[in-house]
Design a protein around this ligand. Structure first.
Ligand code: HEM
Length: 348
């Protein structure tokens, strides 16, 4: 892209990258969405369709989508088709993985890679759980894989897209990150791409937190009470009550973040001693809080830091002139028109 000077949609690149990445982590299978030809993969598209249909269920009255589901028309019909297709893809991955494990065991071969599916199946074979290769166990594995792919794909790609847009539009942010990298990672004129070293970059961490505050990948959450309860704020909740809360709105609330709540200010995350300020997760709600806090939080920071620092060090990003950057109304905070940029190789 940098040698030809053509524009590229960074959001699409990140979606392809995170889909490959999370499929490899969960299923041990690399769909290679990020290959240079940009293949249109049916299972990635099916996932997008499911996301769109789930959002639709949030905006139309329940009776409407339930009727559509019963009649198998409109958005609900699309959801059923995508769902069936995706299930078949996951069941196929599960049965191939079972065969591979049995074959490797018979040939006494060591596992080459780690993936969560292999770990779960091996646990089942050691008799460590209820899973016995039955329909129930395959369904459990399917649900686990489906959930983790959903949790790890669009969240990180959304986080990276908004962060790199901020980098591309705030020259001082870009300069400070580069300076921090020079100070901490440069050894004999070469960057030390060690994960532990990258994790120590305070300014980069603060800037990512600030970006996730203003642009939380999950902009709203939807909960449903089974029984009556009282919220920590003292508000009573009746049984069968829907509660919506919005990390997007909470990240932009003056009473939570102060007068400068709309400003992009990584400094608010850094103490006078140059350390990261601890902000309670009930305030910085992007990863949820309490017992249902995101399990991928640390992994997301590591991944975002590695990807962002590698790109920033090697390339200069410029948003294509007049490209409109707006949030898409969806269950994930995507950019409505993608993020069109031009990249140029950086000389150090
Ligand atoms: C920037 C990236 C991410 C953000 C903003 C994010 C956000 C969230 C949020 C808001 C929840 C709460 C959902 C709810 O209870 O309704 C959640 C839960 C969860 N996330 Fe993440 N997530 C991110 C990345 C990841 C990754 C990479 C993984 C792992 C592959 C992951 C795994 C999970 C899991 C397993 C839960 C369920 C925790 C539970 O209910 O016990 N997340 N995440």
């Amino acid at each position: 892209m940098s040698s030809t000077g053509i524009e590229v949609d960074l959001q699409e690149i990140f979606q392809r990258y995170t889909f490959d990445n999370v499929c490899f982590l969960v299923l041990g299978f690399d769909p290679k969405c990020l290959s240079i030809e940009f293949p249109q993969l049916a299972h990635a598209k099916a996932f997008d369709q499911m996301e769109q249909s789930v959002f639709y269920r949030h905006v139309v009255p329940e009776i409407c989508w339930k009727l559509q589901r019963w009649l198998q028309i409109g958005e609900e019909k699309k959801l059923s088709i995508a769902w069936k297709f995706y299930d078949e893809f996951l069941y196929q991955c599960i049965s191939s993985k079972r065969e591979e494990i049995t074959r490797n065991k018979a040939q006494k071969m060591e596992e080459a890679n780690f993936d969560l599916l292999t770990a779960c199946i091996e646990l089942e074979q050691e008799g460590g759980g209820e899973m016995d290769g039955s329909t129930k166990s395959n369904k459990f594995l399917r649900d686990m894989a489906f959930f983790l792919i959903g949790a790890g794909r669009d969240t990180i790609s959304s986080g990276l897209t908004w962060f790199l847009w901020l980098v591309a539009t705030h020259p001082s942010l870009e300069a400070k990150i580069l300076q921090e990298m020079r100070e901490h990672l440069l050894v004999n004129n070469e960057i030390n791409w060690d994960m532990k070293e990258i994790s120590k970059l305070v300014y980069l961490h603060a800037a990512i937190c600030e970006s996730l505050r203003l642009f939380p990948p999950i902009p709203f959450e939807h909960l449903y009470s089974i029984d009556s309860d009282v919220l920590p704020s003292g508000h009573p909740i009746g049984p069968h009550t829907k509660i919506l809360y919005s990390p997007y709105a909470m990240g932009r609330t003056e009473s939570i973040w102060g007068k400068d709540f709309l400003e992009f200010k990584p400094e608010r995350w850094i103490s006078e001693k140059g350390k990261i300020v601890h902000v309670p997760s009930y305030k910085f709600i992007t990863f949820n809080a309490g017992p249902r806090t995101c399990l991928g939080k640390d992994m997301s920071f590591i991944q975002m830091k590695i990807v962002a620092s590698t790109i920033i060090w090697n390339y200069c990003l410029r948003v294509v002139e007049a490209h409109p950057v707006l949030p898409k109304i969806s269950i994930v905070l995507h950019m409505r028109h993608g993020l069109k940029v031009r990249v140029t190789k950086r000389d150090h």
